[in-house]
Write a protein that binds this ligand. Structure first.
Ligand SMILES: [Zn+2]
Length: 262
């Protein structure tokens, strides 16, 4: 294999790592926003319960006043009952008194309802407040975890960028340019491993003589996929080039301590 191709494989491995880390980093804001949204939703429950409680208290005041007013009226009608002259007028007055009594009863019912619901809303406020405390405690931990993971990913990014820069130094500048032009067009992936008889990235069939060339130990040529234009290589997967290279060297050497040879 061309030594520069090996370097490119290392460069691609470094880029794969960078793609993975950057992808991870890009997800942090969304994750953090989800945590904030949960706190906001919990806080809204308090607001809603408090609003309901306020409305209920206002209504309670209104119905208290209604009861008072109707009681006043009933009292006034009763005080008038001694002064009426005709039977008709007396009947009408009795009717008014009865009506006022009915309204008192209705207003008292509504008042009682509001007192009961007021207690319920009060409970809801307290429950919502407890819930918010709970959610806030969980969120604080989640934020901390996210922050820790983010810091770790940032460190990984710095290390991966340094590794890439070091890897890049081994590759001639024009080849780096060539690699980066292809990578830019293809989502950061400039290299394609041969898989079976096809391009490992786009899947198109690769001519057998190209595969044969790439399989040769002493191959010095560069080949591109005719469809996706990526630089083709055979064998070592990105990031494994060093390992597989040393493995193949080891395999090529006679074993140091032959086992059960006779
Ligand atoms: Zn291809």
């Amino acid at each position: 294999m061309h030594p520069n191709l090996k370097h490119l494989i290392d460069l691609q491995a470094a880029d794969f790592r960078l793609i993975e880390i950057r992808d991870r980093l890009s997800k942090f804001p969304k994750h953090l926003a989800e945590v904030e949204a949960r706190v906001t939703t919990a806080r809204q429950l308090i607001t809603h319960a408090k609003e309901a409680l306020t409305t209920s208290l206002k209504e309670r005041k209104t119905y208290e006043m209604d009861v008072e007013q109707w009681k006043e009226r009933a009292k006034k009608y009763r005080s008038q009952s001694g002064e009426v002259k005709s039977n008709e007028a007396y009947k009408a007055l009795l009717h008014e008194i009865q009506n006022a009594e009915d309204e008192i009863a209705k207003a008292e019912d509504r008042l009682l309802e509001r007192m009961v619901s007021g207690e319920e809303y009060d409970r809801q406020v307290k429950t919502a407040e407890a819930k918010v405390k709970e959610v806030e405690a969980v969120s604080a931990k989640e934020r901390q975890t996210i922050q820790t993971e983010y810091n770790a990913a940032q460190k990984e990014l710095t290390a991966a960028e340094a590794l890439r820069a070091a890897t890049m130094k081994a590759v001639p500048e024009d080849l780096v340019d060539h690699y980066e032009r292809i990578a830019k067009r293809h989502g950061g992936i400039a290299l394609a491993e041969i898989r079976g008889e096809g391009c490992g990235q786009c899947g198109v069939h690769i001519r057998p003589h190209v595969i044969q060339q790439l399989q040769r130990e002493n191959n010095e040529g560069f080949f591109h996929c005719e469809t996706c234009t990526r630089i083709l290589y055979y064998g070592a997967a990105p990031g494994l080039s060093a390992t597989s290279a040393s493995a193949s060297t080891a395999a090529g050497e006679p074993p140091a301590t032959p086992a059960h040879e006779n």
